[in-house]
Design a binder for this molecule. Sequence first.
Ligand code: F6P
Length: 341
Amino acid sequence: MKIGILTSGGDCPGLNAVIRGIVLKGIKVYGHEFVGFRDGWRGVVEGDIMDLPRQSVRGISKQGGTILGTSRTNPFEGNGGPEVIKAHMERLGIDAMIAIGGEGTLAAARRLTDAGLKIVGVPKTVDNDLDATDYTFGFDTAVQIATEAIDRLRTTGESHHRCMIAEVMGRHVGWIALHAGMATGAHAVLIPEQRTSIEQIVEWVQEARDRGRAPLIVVAEGFVPDHQDSAHSERGLDTFGRPRLGGISEQLAPEIEARTGIETRATILGHIQRGGVPSSFDRVLATRLGMAAVDSVVEGRWGTMVSLKGTEIEHVPFEAALGNLKTVPQHRYDEAAILFG
Ligand code: F6P
């Protein structure tokens, strides 16, 4: 069999380990042949491929990014669509595809499978917000990177007696913030799932200061304070009526400083959390998922993705991962909140 692999959507530490797991098991156990589509669905829609012989995956598990490149191309837009893709697959002699990606990628893969294409999926997101899998690779690395950065913010904050705010990734969910916040002993963790008020945040900051600490806040980029004033957003102002700045941490910093008199600094960690060497946990998880995805192809499990349940890899339909995001449950936030202030 000739199998095409694509990585799509935002990149994530561990993608190369998945590719290596697929190619090595596919060649060693089943004798399959592999090609990679360049830049996600763009390569699929344009029939742009590269060969993936065994030597192409040598030593790549520890490399960040993806050797195939990625994009946020939607395969149904522009010149795409199932018929175009089927024609490329036939011309290139590709029998099946393994799509590695998040919700958008898996939703597209499901539509293409419904249209008759043979696709299996591997879930991916640093945000850890995909339903139907206990963890996604990349999350552990992102938490590790954030933890190291926040530890550093703490020492400079303590030296200057400042309040430090670290903004981490998480547009819709607060998993990275929650874990990095717990790991670093943050005095407040602010996540999209909890509409915390500015009064509560200030109380935690003040409590920490009263105990002689340099207050440390970890906030997810998608956090919205319980302080919305629609008149402000209509006038292009942030939630506190100030000129709108880049991230939520930059909106919180002047407000906290004004309310407490404590000098406050904001740091946005951004894409640093997605780059570089994956953790060993992510390498192992990604490799196992890749190897299981090859089994899915051999067994003809089209329209399914591999997933981690406990410590075992299972096969679940694409639908299980679509629709509902895996948010931080209330009890996990409450447990962490005992340590705030
Ligand atoms: O979904 C993963 C993620 O890293 C989010 O946490 C973040 O908001 C987004 O991707 C950034 O996307 P981009 O790389 O397109 O700027």
